[in-house]
Design a protein around this ligand. Structure first.
Ligand code: LLP
Length: 433
């Protein structure tokens, strides 16, 4: 009935998430409110982990891509489900450390890690760096020398695969700021250079072709290309690459127009490609890593808002204004993304009119849903926007000095705050007069 499997409607015709009445949640915790269904988040972690076990004999590790939703709570949950974590900044790394994540399961990404971040990560014993470029490689080698360690690394490689998704989130092609390209020899050169360094050890190669991708073919193509690179490195440098990290990017259902592939299908198909290529190129079966973020977090999230205004501009447009917007969900303004919304206090009402749901920022593009079919909406209604668990809180801002919402985790009828609502004092805490 809804895009996310965990939602239902109770006898009061209210939306239910994690056995909690959404209208009651809004009353108890206030709006806007991020709600995370802990059980679904954990279930999604397990889908990937079980698929790795089933289709690849467990010879791999699923890393939760923290950038999708990074909190102490989500780090801890991913850890408890046996996943590793991909971090992309000192801040995400710090969160993982504070959540008690085992450092050997932390993989550090980023196309411009600062010297301080590199130092912080090496000092804390991060398991593996995904090295983006030669400057990083040199800084890292020096830093590892300073601490007297040999740092495991893999290279971020652009396999030259063109994934069909929004250009802002497409990353596998040569014209991308991320990583080194295969087709112009950069990837090979940097690997050769690293082999001669004393304090880094090349354990793997990595690629990530983009995000919100529905097709399995580009993932298979990327896996095959990467396996051939592993073969070339073995033939030419005598180096056996042990790990193949295939990134994330698995598409999810935001609206009924989206048709995602069941998540475990990715590992199933990609492992077949990897096994065949390993045999063909006479290389060892690599340890596989994958980095799903959105597909774990997004379906588990719902954002609740209170409707504050209805503006019906006859023959033009009907605007419904809510108490949040681009500050808590900037995805429409960035990518013209689409969502499904539900009137939480009238959840199964027929959708009879076309409206635009707008946020409260001083910005005309501050829209959550454009031209959406909705039931009649009234001031005071609780509006739920679905599948907001990924890239909402993690990309939230304080534009217009609007405090960021709280987040509650729901599980089997209980609800608890996992991120506190920001106060006005939080907003000025770093200001100096
Ligand atoms: N691994 C790497 C190296 C990545 O760059 C990303 C996402 C992921 C894994 C996780 O991808 P996922 O499974 O979540 O698609 N803010 C955009 C998405 C940016 C994705 C950036 N990288 C959005 O809201 O759509």
């Amino acid at each position: 009935m809804f895009v996310s499997e965990n939602l239902s409607v109770n006898e009061k015709n209210h939306l239910v998430i994690g056995k909690n009445d959404a209208v009651e949640l809004a009353k108890e915790f206030g709006t806007p409110l991020y709600v995370l269904d802990e059980d679904l988040f954990r279930k999604n972690c397990r889908v990937y982990k079980n698929a790795m076990d089933k289709y690849y004999g467990g010879n791999g590790l699923v890393l939760y891509a923290n950038k999708a939703l990074c909190t102490l709570f989500t780090c801890r949950a991913a850890m408890e489900e046996g996943l590793g974590v991909d971090v992309v900044s000192g801040g995400e790394l710090y969160t993982a450390i504070k959540a008690g994540f085992p450092m050997d399961k932390v993989y550090f990404h980023g196309n411009n890690k600062t010297a301080d971040e590199i130092d912080f990560a090496v000092k804390n014993g991060v398991g593996c760096f995904i090295v983006d470029n030669v400057y990083e490689l040199e800084t890292l080698n020096e830093t590892a020398k300073k601490y007297g360690v040999v740092q495991n690394i893999m290279f971020r490689i652009k396999p030259g695969v063109d994934a069909h998704t929004h250009s802002f989130i497409r990353t596998g092609q040569i014209d991308s700021k991320f990583g080194v390209a295969l087709e112009n020899g950069e990837a090979f050169e940097i690997t050769e250079k690293a082999c001669k360094m004393s304090n880094v050890k090349v354990v793997g190669v990595h690629c990530h072709i983009g995000s919100q991708i529905f097709d399995i073919e580009p993932f298979k193509e990327a896996a095959d290309i990467m396996m051939n690179f592993i073969g070339d490195v073995k033939d030419k440098l005598g180096l056996e690459i042990e790990q193949l990290n295939l990134g994330g990017g698995y598409g999810i259902m935001y609206t009924e127009n989206d048709d995602p592939v069941p998540y475990d299908e990715y590992i199933k198909h990609v492992s077949e490609v990897v096994k065949a290529a390993a045999e063909k190129r006479n290389v060892k079966l690599p340890f596989i890593l994958m980095e799903p973020g959105r597909s774990i977090a997004a379906p588990a999230g719902v954002t609740l808002y209170t409707v504050g205004g209805v503006k019906d501009i006859k023959n033009v447009r009907k605007y419904i204004s809510v108490d949040g917007g681009m500050g808590d969900n900037p995805r429409y303004i960035l990518y013209q993304s689409e969502y499904e919304a539900v009137v939480a206090n009238n959840a199964s009402a027929a959708r009879t009119e076309k409206v635009t749901i707008a946020g409260k920022c001083c910005e005309s593009g501050d829209i959550l849903l454009n031209d959406a079919m909705m039931p009649e909406i009234h001031v005071g209604d609780t509006l739920a926007v679905l599948a907001t668990g990924a890239y909402n809180y993690s990309m939230a801002s304080n534009y217009n000095r609007i405090p960021r919402p709280a987040m509650v985790a729901v599980s089997d009828g209980s609800a608890r705050v996992i991120v506190k609502r920001e106060s006005y004092d939080d907003l000025i805490k770093n200001d100096v007069l």
